[in-house]
Design a binder for this molecule. Structure first.
Ligand SMILES: NC(=O)c1ccc[n+]([C@@H]2O[C@H](COP(=O)([O-])OP(=O)(O)OC[C@H]3O[C@@H](n4cnc5c(N)ncnc54)[C@H](OP(=O)(O)O)[C@@H]3O)[C@@H](O)[C@H]2O)c1
Length: 321
């Protein structure tokens, strides 16, 4: 791997599910790393405070502030080169405040907005997920209109996140799995660390300026049924399949209250419509595993292995509120 000149990287949402992998990856590549986090208070979860301490211990600077503090945002921008946002879905439009601050500061070399999932400019989904994607698209269009250099990252299915969701490996006594659609559509699973490493590499790479980076190693495209068979082989167990067909997912997306209608619509987009594999990359798009071959993306088999070890990643419930 070439050694890029260290860039000062600021991460929003750095204590979150995706954010912590990004911070870790940035530090591992020797970039001076800063996290903009909400002011700690008695309501801040202990795990969040512990993570801030761990980050400080590896040299990360924690800046406490809110997204409403424009002056603080601008002064923070002025001491960094690259801004990466991993804010949760409900705060997606608040990134417009980050964009305003980047414009005023005028020195940011790259902005990576909070995407990391399905490629929002290339897929269409049921209305609840479409509304999420539309907000993310709105942020991208604002970035472009402001003339801010960007890199967009599509991470597809975060491996540990989706293995927990689909196979619930921590529920040892459960012997059923829900299969979405027919279970035959392929989806791309990437280890969170690989998505994070790709993000940091691209965020400081002049070749990735104003380009889309999709994490889509072909070896990691697998159907839900094949994923389950692989898991059955590894665990020596067999699971009853409970199919949730296309029409039922559509019905749930129409009848569940907001925001509970979002996860079923995401599952529909990925596992019924095949949204992570169903489009060709454009000539300017970057496929991360080909572009950074030394990253050696973990395979689906490697990702499942993680769940056979003690201390396997616990499920994360997502933040749709
Ligand atoms: N591809 C996938 O499989 C996948 C999976 C999960 C998420 N994602 C995407 O990744 C991105 C990040 O999501 P996430 O689930 O990692 O986020 P998250 O963990 O829910 O939140 C990230 C951080 O944002 C801060 N935050 C939370 N609520 C906030 C609020 N109301 N106001 C201001 N800050 C708030 C918190 O940090 P502080 O309190 O320390 O400030 C939190 O740790 C999103 O775009 C999401 O759609 C993709």
């Amino acid at each position: 791997m070439e050694h890029p000149i260290p860039s000062r990287i600021l991460v929003f949402g750095g204590t979150g599910y995706i954010g912590k992998y990004l911070v870790q990856a940035s530090v591992s590549m020797a970039h001076p790393t800063l996290v903009y986090a909400r002011p700690s208070s008695p309501l801040t979860p202990p795990a969040n405070l512990k993570l801030r301490d761990r980050f400080r211990s590896i040299g990360v600077t924690i800046i406490e502030g809110t997204l409403e503090e424009h002056e603080k945002l601008v002064s923070t921008m002025k001491v960094v080169d690259v801004v990466i946002s991993a804010l949760p879905y409900p705060k997606v439009l608040d990134q417009l405040k980050i964009i305003d601050a980047i414009v005023v500061a005028g020195n940011i070399k790259r902005f990576v907005p909070s995407d990391f999932g399905c490629e929002e400019d290339r897929i269409s989904a049921l209305p609840p997920f479409e509304a999420v994607l539309e907000k993310k698209r709105k942020v991208r269009r604002a970035v472009e209109e402001a003339g801010i250099p960007f890199t967009y990252i599509s991470g597809n299915c975060c491996g540990a996140y989706f293995v927990n969701l689909l196979l619930h490996p921590h529920e040892k006594s459960r012997d059923d799995v829900v299969v979405y659609g027919t279970g035959e559509a392929k989806a791309v699973f990437n280890h969170e660390e690989d998505v994070a490493q790709s993000t940091i590499r691209a965020a400081v790479d002049p070749r990735a300026r104003n380009r889309l980076v999709v994490c889509r190693p072909l070896k990691n495209a697998i159907s839900q049924l094949d994923l389950l068979s692989l898991w059955e082989k590894k665990t020596g167990r067999s699971f009853e399949k409970r199919f949730l067909p296309d029409e039922e997912l559509v019905r749930l997306s129409n009848t569940l209250p907001d925001p509970e209608n979002i996860p079923v619509s995401i599952l529909h987009a990925i596992f019924v419509r095949g949204g992570t594999v169903g489009f060709e990359l454009g000539k300017d798009d970057i496929e991360a595993s080909e572009f950074y071959p030394d990253l050696k993306f973990a395979t689906v088999d490697d990702i499942l292995e993680v769940f056979l070890r003690p201390g396997a990643p616990e499920p994360y419930r997502g933040n749709f509120k």
